[in-house]
Write a protein that binds this ligand. Structure first.
Ligand SMILES: O=C(O)CCC(=O)C(=O)O
Ligand SMILES: [Fe+2]
Length: 395
């Protein structure tokens, strides 16, 4: 589909390939390793304030040029006389069962400040998920088949009533932004203030290790009640669907408080082997594993002199993991239904590529420390201009 011309009755714009596939993959990595429960059943989200709260502020950097590009396109196409403000930025994934009926995006009294919407598709219909087609009630285009990199922008009012079909398989991922003409709803001002508080203490070196939020933010149950009996821990489940488990060596048992378990050091386990390397907590392990999934074979070039062992699990360790599994995952099939990709894409390999994962630990560290450095360098300019923008710094 190509760009759609401006129609006064239905002010909207479709932009094919607005984001590069590399940008889509990077945001997918961030979402899958940082997301929390969303605002509706089977929906998960990663907001910028959640990133800040979990010591992962540096992941805001990849969003910056994309937000700028979208805002520019929007202001130009809709001929905005005054600058717009970004009211909300978030990565949103929908799992099997999620859908939304006809609505406009400003359809609540507390959403009236939303004047424009932008939805960026980060993965592709038929490849990564099925169901999930987008429809406008009137006008053209009548439907959109999500494809990684494509973007749709529209006014958030009754001229653009839309819906999304139920997801029937896989996970549908988008970057959603809302824009406002009203500066008092500027997300940047709030984010800069949070960033300033969070980055004030601590040296650059220890600011990039993730710190989990309170445990109920990672607890998913279908009816959204934080019911520890009928749900699962998102971090635990995300690792599990990729074929990994974690072992917590410090005195941990099924009776321990879940919040406490989340901040304990962990070891990665695959099958009956564990990697002889400690991660600071489950979020750290999850980020590295997803980094490994993102970079894949590109990591192989860096692994010549790595010497980290795989160790056979003892029966006692296996038992302990089973105990934690029964508490944190509960129902394996439920977690798989929510997080597994399309059946056709599933990779059956169960070997532990320890060399690749160890290479990912180092490459992840290099990547996040580079982002962290960028954040520290740019923040003073963001504060000065009360705006998050791509500061062009001399080398
Ligand atoms: O993800 C989409 O295609 C649109 C989502 C939507 O309509 C909304 O979140 O309000
Ligand atoms: Fe919507």
């Amino acid at each position: 589909m190509s760009e759609v011309e401006f129609e006064p009755q239905h002010p909207r714009l479709f932009i094919p390939n607005c984001l590069s596939l590399q940008e889509c993959r990077e945001l997918e990595f961030i979402h899958k390793s940082c997301c929390t429960v969303g605002y509706r059943p089977n929906v998960f989200s990663t907001t910028l304030s959640h990133l800040i709260a979990t010591n992962s502020s540096h992941f805001i950097i990849p969003f910056v040029p994309i937000r700028e590009r979208l805002k520019e396109k929007l202001e130009e196409f809709f001929k905005c006389e005054y600058e717009l403000f970004i009211e909300f930025t978030g990565l949103i994934s929908w799992s099997k069962g999620a859908s939304i009926g006809w609505h406009s995006d400003d359809n609540r009294p507390y959403l009236k400040q939303r004047h424009f919407s932008a939805v960026c598709y980060l993965n592709t219909y038929g490849n990564d998920f099925s169901g999930g087609l987008f429809h406008f009630q009137d006008g053209e285009p009548a439907s959109i088949m999500p494809k990684a990199g494509d973007v749709v922008m529209y006014t958030a009012d009754e001229h653009n009533i839309h819906s999304v079909d139920e997801i029937t398989e896989g996970e549908r991922l988008t970057l959603a932004l809302w824009f406002s003409r009203d500066g008092s709803h500027d997300e940047d001002i709030k984010l800069i203030s949070l960033l300033s508080q969070h980055l004030l203490h601590g040296s650059m070196a220890d600011t990039y290790l993730p710190l989990p939020a309170s445990s109920n933010m990672y607890w998913f149950s279908q009816d959204q009640a934080s019911d520890y009996q009928f749900g699962f821990n998102i971090c635990w489940a995300r690792l599990r669907v990729l074929g990994y488990e974690v072992y917590i060596s410090q005195d941990s048992s099924c009776e321990s408080d879940v919040s406490e378990l989340l901040v304990k050091p962990v070891r990665l386990v695959r099958g009956d082997e564990s990697l002889d390397l400690e991660f600071v907590n489950i979020l750290h392990a999850l980020q590295v594993v997803h980094f490994y999934c993102w970079k894949g074979s590109a990591l192989q070039t860096k692994v010549s002199n790595i010497d980290t062992k795989l160790v056979k699990l003892t029966d006692i360790q296996r038992e302990k993991i089973s105990g934690l599994n029964s508490v944190l995952l509960n129902d394996d099939a439920f977690a798989s239904r929510v997080f597994c990709g399309m059946t056709s894409n599933r990779n059956g390999c169960n070997c532990f590529d320890s060399t690749g994962v160890v290479a990912a630990v180092a490459a992840w560290e290099e990547y996040v420390s580079m982002l962290s450095k960028q954040t520290h360098l740019q923040l003073p300019y963001w504060k000065m201009h009360e705006s998050i923008y791509n500061v062009q710094l001399a080398e």
